[in-house]
Design a protein around this ligand. Structure first.
Ligand code: SF4
Length: 235
């Protein structure tokens, strides 16, 4: 079903997920209507590593043939994975709030942008390096840190653990599903989360390409912060 749409993007909700990591959360696909790709995915630092394949073809096919109906729905009693595919910041925060979402997980790769700062109260900042971790903290985000720089040997796990205030994802340490854990909710006052890289597209080459993009975006952010007139100050 379509939970919301505008001219360019559709927000598709899928119920009854059998995803082993997330559990039976409502999955939300943020799709660009013309390309049938995830919203903002082409500019994502982690594009080379993205492992969202399962179900993508069927979502694309159904969307292209107009197979989804738009419905008005209250998600306040559901547990929602905000942004199964595509970045949640495609839509204004009010779109997600109007759906009544109370229990959720969600991440943005676009945490460096001024207009995405309002999502701090809703999403985690998704980062891949220690430098990005510190920048996201400087901006006030809770952080989900995929340890790519550790994976390629740029920093040691000991250094990371001495500099961050985070726990390892309980799906790894305790086999909790996201449905039961719900720690990846930007509004929670809790430690940050780290995870060791995984997924079918993980390789040194892809990890290094992702780190390079992160570095470039970090540099752009540092420049923007130097010139900032207050646009990064949203709660
Ligand atoms: S910390 Fe919890 S909510 Fe976040 S990815 Fe791990 S299991 Fe899921």
């Amino acid at each position: 079903m379509i939970l919301f749409q505008d001219e360019k993007h559709a927000l598709i909700g899928v119920f009854g997920s059998s995803n082993r990591k997330t559990g039976s959360m409502v999955q939300t696909w943020i799709m660009e209507k013309e390309s049938l790709e995830g919203g903002f995915c082409e500019d994502c630092t982690s594009l080379e590593l993205c492992y969202v394949f399962q179900g993508k073809n069927s979502i694309q096919k159904k969307l292209s043939r107009g197979g989804y109906e738009e419905v008005s729905i209250d998600l306040s009693k559901k547990r929602v994975r905000v942004g199964t595919y595509g970045d949640p910041s495609v839509f204004p925060l009010s779109v997600w709030k109007d759906l009544g979402i109370k229990k959720h997980t969600g991440y943005t790769h676009f945490w460096r942008l001024p207009h995405v700062q309002e999502y701090k109260s809703f999403l985690m900042a998704s980062v891949e390096t220690l430098e990005s971790y510190h920048l996201a903290k400087q901006l006030g985000w809770r952080v989900f840190y995929n340890l790519l720089d550790v994976y390629v040997g740029l920093v040691s796990i000991e250094q990371v653990q001495s500099e961050i205030n985070a726990i390892e994802c309980p799906n790894v340490t305790h086999e909790l599903t996201c449905y039961d854990c719900l720690l990846c909710d930007g509004s929670k006052r809790a430690k940050d989360i780290f995870i060791h890289p995984h997924g079918g597209k993980l390789s040194k080459k892809n990890a290094l390409a992702t780190i390079q993009k992160s570095k470039e975006q970090d540099q752009a952010l540092i420049q923007a912060l130097l010139l900032d007139q207050g646009s990064f100050q949203h709660a």
